[in-house]
Design a protein around this ligand. Structure first.
Ligand code: AMP
Ligand code: ZN
Length: 112
């Protein structure tokens, strides 16, 4: 399957990994929108939040706990944000579920 994030998981494309567990990996976004911009993804290919169901949603809990841990390791005690874009209107460009962890500055609250 031609999925850039699956290739990152397999090590076929390099990434700056910051976290890895059995089911989740996280790496630096190649085009950071904030001083800290990490992508957290499940190791299984899930197309996006629209493709979550009761059989695969448990990994989202693991991703949230990973986010907490990563935020702590980047000293984001002042706050941070986690975002997932869904589909065309949501601005999703990579069709593998991913959560953006953003921080390191006072983030804008602009949402649309
Ligand atoms: P989205 O627009 O929500 O689908 O986010 C996709 C994100 O993936 C963007 O922020 C890109 O900068 C990021 N991205 C794309 N290719 C890579 C890559 N090879 N390594 C790290 N981040 C990437
Ligand atoms: Zn994938």
């Amino acid at each position: 399957m031609d999925c850039i994030f699956c290739k990152i998981i397999k090590g076929e494309i390099p990434s700056e990994k910051v976290y890895e567990s059995e089911n989740v990996i996280a790496f630096k976004d190649i085009n950071p929108m904030a001083p800290v911009h990490i992508l957290i993804i499940p190791k299984t290919h899930i197309e996006g939040a629209n493709a979550l169901d009761k059989d695969n949603v448990a990994v989202v809990s693991e991703i949230m706990l990973a986010a907490r841990q990563i935020a702590e390791s980047f000293n984001l005690e002042n706050g941070w944000r986690i975002v997932t874009n869904v589909g065309e209107d949501g601005g999703q460009t990579v069709k593998h579920l991913h959560f953006h962890l953003l921080g390191g500055k006072k983030l804008s609250i602009e949402l649309a």
